[in-house]
Design a protein around this ligand. Structure first.
Ligand code: CA
Ligand code: CA
Length: 276
């Protein structure tokens, strides 16, 4: 009897009290966790090792698109996450691979991103401009469409000195993609003297090159080429680019006259140009 009382006092009661305390703690913790699930820093137990979600946007069906970065290495990837922020997959051509797997990622920083019905077709698009720091001033651009729980790549631009804007140029509620870049970015002269612009418009279920529908843009480019031509006459090192500027002028004039012309066709006039 004495032994039983001793056991109750020294072992059984303390153990029961301990179990009660742990149970109450777990109940409080699980309530706290479920209340905080909507926070970005909620539960990332299902993300690949070492990766963190920097920012994310919620999709119409409750899934998320997120920019993931690595806690040690540089670079960003774009991923689709489930409703609980668990990793589903990388978006096409936006995979992040750590340096020991090949140093591949679409960008180092996010310049801007937009998730909306960009082309006014009732489906959601994601447009994202990234930044890769370095002398070529590269701003990779990816455009995706979200359909049936996954993303498909519609367009991708990755020239040097490039910038992309979404603008509804003809006021039909479907945004055009205005893309500016340099035909080559291997050196300062290329980055400065041979700029070009493209306009992409949504037609027949895809974004198509439509430079010739927006003559005003190429009128402006003609003024720019005039200036560059004058500059190049005073700068010996810029003179090798004059044939390229002339070619771009001709392409701009064709677009103004209504004939679709692509400035990239002038690249073969750049001495030593290689398409990397
Ligand atoms: Ca759309
Ligand atoms: Ca439009």
């Amino acid at each position: 009897m004495v032994k039983l009382r001793f056991l109750l006092k020294k072992i059984i009661i303390p153990v029961i009290v301990m179990v009660l305390i742990i149970t109450v703690f777990l109940i409080i913790k699980s309530t706290y966790d479920s209340n905080n699930k909507g926070e970005i820093k909620g539960s990332f137990t299902k993300l690949p090792s070492g990766l963190n979600s920097l920012v994310e946007k919620q999709l119409p069906d409750g899934q998320f698109v997120a920019i993931l970065d690595h806690e040690v290495f540089t670079g960003l990837g774009i991923a689709l996450l489930d409703k609980d922020h668990g990793f589903i997959q990388w978006l096409p051509e936006a995979e992040y691979l750590s340096p020991n797997k090949g140093d591949k990622y679409p960008g180092q920083y996010v310049d801007w991103w937009e998730l909306s019905d960009i082309n006014n077709d009732g489906k959601t698009e994601l447009a994202i401009e990234l930044i890769i720091s370095g002398s070529s001033l590269s701003h990779p651009f990816h455009l995706y469409q979200y359909l049936d729980g996954s993303f498909r790549l519609l367009l991708k631009f990755e020239d040097g000195v490039n910038h992309t804007e979404l603008v509804d140029l003809d006021n039909n509620s479907s945004k055009e993609i205005l893309y500016s870049f340099a035909l080559s970015s291997i050196g300062w002269y290329e980055r400065t003297y041979i700029p070009w612009k493209e306009v992409w418009t949504w037609r027949d279920g895809k974004y198509q090159l439509a430079n010739n529908l927006y003559p005003d843009i190429y009128q402006e480019m003609l003024l720019k080429y005039d200036e560059l031509m004058k500059d190049s006459q005073e700068n010996e090192l810029a003179q090798p680019y004059q044939p390229v500027i002339k070619c771009l002028e001709e392409k701009a004039k064709l677009n103004i006259s209504g004939t679709l012309a692509d400035g990239k066709d002038c690249r073969n006039l750049i001495h030593g140009y290689k398409n990397f």
